[in-house]
Design a protein around this ligand. Structure first.
Ligand SMILES: [Zn+2]
Length: 310
């Protein structure tokens, strides 16, 4: 429930009064009236009503500008039915109530986004608990840290992951050609791309070495290493399967953790967007990838390898 400020309650009361005086017009829905009554009686509206109010004002803003005589719509004795409706949704025409609904509605949506992330996190943690007996402490620690990193990277923006993260991915490459896999640039391996200094050790400023880089998962035209449209899906699955076989000792500290989060976000992004865009296309590949990412998070690497070989 959201508490309604005095000015919203007053608008509702005024609206009800004009409605009882027969000035509300035929278009008014009884529910709008009963909601206004409950807003006056209880001083609060349910979350859903707040969101509907914000949407209602957004939809009807133009109607108001298109009126024959917009200046006199709220003047007696010729109250416009639109004005009465406006009041019954909580705004007396000065925009304050409308602004209130807009702001609260955005806050509610943000909170819901965070709740969705929270539920996903709890589900992942349940997976971890489910396999506590079957893995050693070090593996468990890594899995917990990766879970933390993944959600920290999502929560870090202060915004729930928006749909915008999931556009432009419909082309993630399912069957790359030999050519697409040739001459891979550093971005294809990021963050596990290796740069060698004069002494052969890792050096950010050094020369890129394909041979020492690990877990390629993009095709050769990759420009943005975070982008999903250049992801080589079979290789992404391979990277998930072979992750625990990589010797990270030559890489800077933290490369393993960064790589883990990076691969997971590719898998999450591709799965989420595919589910939305095309529920039926190449279902087996998608199912396999979603099983892969589950096993990956649970440390069951051999299960992924088994699926890849099967
Ligand atoms: Zn990548």
């Amino acid at each position: 429930m959201v508490k309604l400020p005095k000015y919203v309650q007053k608008a509702l009361r005024d609206g009800l009064e004009l409605h009882r005086a027969g000035l509300s017009g035929d278009g008014l829905v009884p529910k709008t009236v009963s909601d206004a009554e409950s807003g006056v009686q209880g001083g609060a509206w349910p979350d859903e009503k707040i969101k509907r109010a914000a949407a209602w004002f957004a939809r009807h803003k133009n109607d108001r500008m298109m009126m024959k005589n917009p200046d006199s719509w709220d003047k007696p004795p010729s109250y416009s039915p639109a004005y009465v409706a406006w009041l019954l949704w909580g705004d007396d025409g000065n925009g304050k109530g409308e602004e209130f609904m807009k702001k609260r509605s955005m806050e509610l949506k943000l909170k819901e986004g965070k709740m969705r992330i929270m539920h996903a996190m709890l589900k992942d943690l349940l997976d971890v608990i489910g396999m506590m007996d079957s893995v050693d402490m070090d593996t468990l620690k890594n899995i917990l840290m990766a879970t933390h990193d993944r959600y920290a990277s999502i929560a870090g923006d202060g915004e729930p992951e928006s749909d915008a993260d999931y556009v432009d991915v419909e082309d993630a490459v399912e069957e790359p050609t030999v050519y697409q896999r040739s001459n891979l640039p550093p971005a294809a391996f990021f963050p596990a791309s290796f740069f060698a200094g004069a002494d052969g050790n890792y050096d950010d400023e050094g020369e890129f070495r394909v041979s020492k880089s690990k877990l390629p998962h993009h095709i050769n035209d990759v420009e943005d290493p975070y982008g999903n449209e250049s992801v080589d899906i079979p290789r992404l699955r391979n990277a998930l399967a072979r992750f625990n076989q990589v010797d990270w000792s030559d890489f800077p500290d933290g490369t393993m953790e960064k790589t883990r989060v990076h691969l997971e976000r590719h898998a999450d992004g591709i799965l989420a967007s595919r589910a939305k865009e095309c529920a039926t296309c190449r279902e087996e590949d998608l199912n396999a990838l979603s099983e892969d990412i589950r096993d990956f998070r649970a440390g069951r690497f051999s299960d992924i390898i088994g699926r890849l070989n099967g």
